[in-house]
Design a protein around this ligand. Structure first.
Ligand SMILES: [Zn+2]
Length: 241
């Protein structure tokens, strides 16, 4: 259980970071982190103020939605996290906030167009927005259906390439290889959402970034020939990758 104790601590820190970064107010939002080996994930408890949150409050849940450890109820969004963990086998972190600018786009039910290289450094195109949930979906298993809407929208896009989405009328979800990356993607998304809003305010007729510039920025960070950042340190005899 040592690694799960560490996971709880890391997830606690990520949840606190959401608050410290101004991405959540009151009790909104949550970050979780999954240990794939045991199939158990750590998630923020429901309805607890961030300032009061302690590492021991973080709840451990399995992928069948059974609470494994913790006296508090897990986040009300827990089932959405489970749907994403099951559908996206390489992710081990999910974050959800109602951060102002990303949520405004979600409420407008619009994808965020790629208007500049800040955006293109992370996503090779629009940040998608789901379709509305139907009345039946809202009134059945709402949190599961929210996850299903995310998967449905990503249908033709890889979850490894697009690690953020807006749920129409609700707010964003992000994910990553671990909870720290899910948190980072939430921070990036809010900045992109804010920049896009301001850009359209300044020039409502602005065009999306050209494909040339979009691909240049995305691929220099993420393509096979990526060259952004520091070269990975290699040991003698390893291929220079
Ligand atoms: Zn929410």
């Amino acid at each position: 259980m040592r690694s799960l104790k560490d996971l709880k601590e890391r997830v606690w820190k990520c949840n606190l970071a959401l608050y410290e970064q101004g991405l959540v107010k009151e009790t909104f939002g949550n970050v979780s982190g999954l240990d794939r080996e045991s199939g158990i994930f750590a998630i923020k408890p429901s309805g607890i103020q961030y300032k009061e949150l302690q590492p021991e409050d973080i709840v451990l849940v399995d992928l069948d939605n059974n609470v494994i450890e913790g006296i508090l109820n897990p986040s009300s969004d827990t089932k959405t996290h489970i749907v994403l963990y099951k559908a996206f086998p390489k992710i081990n972190g999910v974050a959800h906030t109602h951060s102002t600018f990303a949520t405004a786009w979600a409420q407008a039910k619009l994808p965020i167009p790629c208007l500049g290289t800040t955006h293109a450094d992370f996503i090779q195109g629009d940040i998608p927005c789901t379709n509305d949930l139907t009345k039946v979906q809202i009134n059945s298993d709402y949190e599961i259906e929210t996850g299903n809407k995310i998967i449905e929208r990503l249908n033709s896009v890889s979850y490894s390439d697009v690690k953020m989405i807006l749920v129409a009328g609700h707010a964003p979800f992000t994910w990553g290889l671990d909870p720290e990356e899910a948190l980072k993607n939430t921070i990036i998304l809010e900045e992109i959402a804010k920049l896009a809003y301001l850009t359209i305010k300044i020039n409502p007729l602005v065009n999306s970034l050209s494909d040339d510039l979009l691909n240049k920025h995305y691929l220099r960070k993420h393509g096979d020939k990526a060259y952004y950042g520091q070269r990975k340190k290699i040991k003698f005899g390893e291929d220079n990758v």
